[in-house]
Write a protein that binds this ligand. Sequence first.
Ligand SMILES: C[S@@+](CC[C@H](N)C(=O)[O-])C[C@H]1O[C@@H](n2cnc3c(N)ncnc32)[C@H](O)[C@@H]1O
Length: 216
Amino acid sequence: MTTQRPLYHRFAWAFDFVVPDASAGRVRRLASLLRSHGVRPPARVLDAGCGTGNYARSLARHGYRVVGVDRSAPLLAAARARHAPATAGPTFRRADLTTYRPTAPFAAVLCRGVLNDVLGGRERDAVCVTLARALAPGGILLLDVRDWKRTAARKRAEPATERTTHTARGRLAFRSDTRLDPTRRRRRGGAVPRETRVSGIASDPARNRCTTTGAT
Ligand SMILES: C[S@@+](CC[C@H](N)C(=O)[O-])C[C@H]1O[C@@H](n2cnc3c(N)ncnc32)[C@H](O)[C@@H]1O
């Protein structure tokens, strides 16, 4: 089972308001990790699950040749639209990480914020096979996963998160209601975008699915 969040599709335009941006500090840390493991520009780097390409673009600015792969067409469209044509930016490809096979191996693979979406054991195994096969011998894999204990403690203390931001399309409010499932060590619910001028989406955390609710 792989999570299909509204933010990756209908609300893809709001993605960068919700998902933490590639801050200069984070990217410097990534670039420094790559360099310390011998992966220096212009080495090839795969950004697996690149979203709108924030990390792919930043690593390209550091001189890496980056391929960003994602299965969300709207997020890739946003990624391509943000690339300044005059600069040597990343290449973006649409693919599912459970089956993606690059034509040439990469010196490093970055997989940031992606594995938390891949909930089924079989899919997770398939993504791990892809990441392993994408790497050249001795290549570096940089990935993150959510830590259950810390996430559970944080969400027990504060199950609801709300944020409001003003966008060119109107006021956008996010509400995330989390229910913890200690048996399966899963978090239910997620960021729920609501926009004042177009239809909104509300989640049904009990069933972990999203339903359209109409204008808010
Ligand atoms: C939370 S976002 C992180 C995006 C980006 N790595 C970043 O840090 O800004 C997770 C991304 O993983 C992508 N994704 C999740 N499962 C995927 C899969 N099986 N194949 C390809 N992309 C996937 C989603 O479409 C989404 O763009």
